[in-house]
Design a protein around this ligand. Structure first.
Ligand code: FAD
Ligand code: NAI
Length: 464
């Protein structure tokens, strides 16, 4: 008799492992299949966690070199850093995190099936030649980076984010293709460590989904920090040699080509769903036009008993989005009413300053013809930001013109990624700008900029 479960989750990233934990909490017999050596998926192994470790380390270098003197902290001699130690620390941080997921599996009695999972039919999954039976299958196989034709990745000179987290020496010139989340975070890491960094972006702006005003301010600040941007430009080819890589660039709209030399090229033009070898075809699971598993509002595919969540389905490719879906689908399977509010999913770029947003952008509201009011407050007028010496950026809150309900919030500034949580909660609770404006915020704190932006929605900010 094959071993049987209530739920088999395929993929142990933030979507899959959280789904497995929640299903176990709800009393189900759960297994999670993972083909990587360690649990945690892209996020913990080669994504969120290692990138944040390097962002933190490189920001310390930046502070030591450029910020501490202003605070009267005198360092004797040149600030040096040990890249090997920095990379080793990053690996230690990753190891501690992935071990943490193993511990959580043991604690919740989730069985880790090691190997590649393949769906044989609804209710049957094969792993390493063994067949397992289950009432439900949850596909949480994540995503992989999109290749760029003509730019062959070798993870040494031409790298994806995975290679870009492991460079064993600081490149003289790093060319990043794609001015999105990965390009700007990893571009910032290597710029802080001394690389010249050029970002080649196809569109006329960086981080395209983000509020336009924030995007412009972000580009200005990153340019001031030393990043170079070639917007409206496409890369049409790459030649790798001993001396580095020569890229061919063309204007996005067509025109004369030019060459750009790089020591390392980072390809970061987006990610695509990963479903290779999974057997979705044979099981009859439908995909959409972009290769994502098609699901209904409750994460059910067209095949009864097969569900899907995370990067492999539509929506923003973010770890916390995958986690929320993991919880919701486990609850649905248990007959409960699990649900995700996509209006209240924050997005954060962990550069310095950070950039964070939740809900609608100004461009979206205009396009949808929604009448809105905007309130804005700059960090230059916030006492805590001044004390920190981090006054770049602002908070912007967009509220419905008639009801005052908060529709979107956008922050560029110190700790924006933490500040946005308050506004995600506000949106989740259907709060008005006035609700936030009348809430007492500790003084002196960065969060007062949020309160002031909420006051500004009604034209009554106090400190500007
Ligand atoms: P994944 O994390 O990709 O996990 C899927 C897992 O399934 C993988 O471990 C894979 O090995 C396994 N798998 C696939 N097929 C099979 C199979 N057939 N059998 C067994 N196992 C299989 N998001 C954020 O919110 N914040 C960040 O700061 C952030 N930083 C990022 C930085 C980088 C460099 C990258 C690349 C991504 C980052 N992301 C970040 C995105 C985040 O990593 C993803 O949104 C998240 O990991 C998606 O979770 P998931 O569970 O859907 O898939
Ligand atoms: P992205 O979608 O964020 O950005 C890709 C960029 O490349 C876009 O600006 C796009 O216009 C541009 N582009 C596309 N094709 C191009 C081409 N041929 N030439 C030049 N530019 C081109 O994708 P990215 O940065 O690869 O990251 C993938 C995903 O991973 C993100 O969308 C995000 O969901 C997730 N992520 C999240 C992070 C976070 O939450 N802090 C950090 C890193 C990744």
């Amino acid at each position: 008799m094959p071993e049987s479960f209530d739920v088999i989750v395929i993929g142990a990233g933030p979507g899959g492992y959280v789904c497995a934990l929640r299903a176990a909490q709800l009393g189900m017999r759960v297994a999670c299949v993972e083909k990587r050596e360690t649990l945690g998926g892209t996020c913990l192994n080669v994504g969120c966690i290692p990138s944040k470790a390097l962002l933190q380390s490189s920001e310390h270098v930046e502070e030591a070199r450029h910020k501490l003197a202003d605070h009267g902290v005198v360092l004797n001699g040149e600030v040096r850093f040990d890249l090997a130690r920095m990379l080793a620390r990053k690996d230690e941080v990753v190891a501690a995190n992935v071990k943490g997921v193993e511990f959580l599996f043991r604690k919740n009695k989730v069985t880790w099936l090691k190997g590649e999972g393949r769906i044989l039919s609804p209710g049957r999954v094969a792993v390493n030649g063994e067949t397992y039976e289950t009432r439900h299958i949850v596909v949480a196989t994540g995503s992989e980076s999109i290749p760029l034709p003509g730019v062959e990745v070798d993870e040494r000179r031409i790298v994806t984010s995975t290679g870009g987290l492991e460079l064993d020496r600081v490149p003289g010139h790093l060319v990043v293709i794609g001015g999105g989340y990965i390009g700007l975070e990893l571009g910032s890491v290597w710029r802080r460590l001394g690389a010249e960094v050029t970002v080649v972006e196809f569109l006329d702006r960086i981080v395209p989904g983000m509020d336009g005003e924030v995007g412009k301010a972000f580009e200005r600040i990153l340019t001031k920090q030393g990043l170079k941007f070639c917007l409206k430009t496409k890369v049409t080819g790459a030649r790798a040699g001993n001396e580095g890589v020569t890229l061919t660039l063309e204007p996005a709209a067509g025109g004369p080509a030019e060459e750009l030399r790089a020591d390392v090229v980072l390809v970061a033009i987006g990610r695509r769903p990963y479903t290779g070898g999974l057997g979705l075809d044979a099981a009859g699971v439908a995909l959409d036009e972009r290769g994502r598993v098609r699901v209904d509002a409750h994460y059910a595919t067209n095949v009864p008993g097969i569900w899907a969540i995370g990067d492999v389905i539509a929506g923003p490719m973010l770890a916390h989005k995958a986690e929320e879906e993991g919880v919701a689908v486990a609850e649905r399977i248990a007959g409960q009413a699990g649900h995700v509010n996509y209006e209240a999913i924050p997005g954060v770029v962990y550069t310095w300053p950070e950039v964070a947003s939740v809900g609608r952008t100004e461009e979206q509201l205009k396009e949808e013809g929604v009448a809105y009011k905007a309130g804005k407050f700059p960090f230059t007028a916030n006492g805590r930001a001044r004390a920190m010496g981090d006054t770049d950026g602002f908070v912007k809150i967009l509220a419905d013109a008639a009801t005052d309900r908060i529709l979107g919030a956008h922050i560029i500034g110190p700790d924006a990624g933490t500040l946005i949580a308050e506004l995600a909660l506000a949106i989740e609770f259907g709060a008005s700008a006035e609700d936030v404006a009348r809430t007492s915020h500790a003084h002196p704190s960065l969060s007062e900029a949020v309160k002031e932006a909420a006051l500004a929605v009604a034209g009554r900010a106090l400190h500007i």
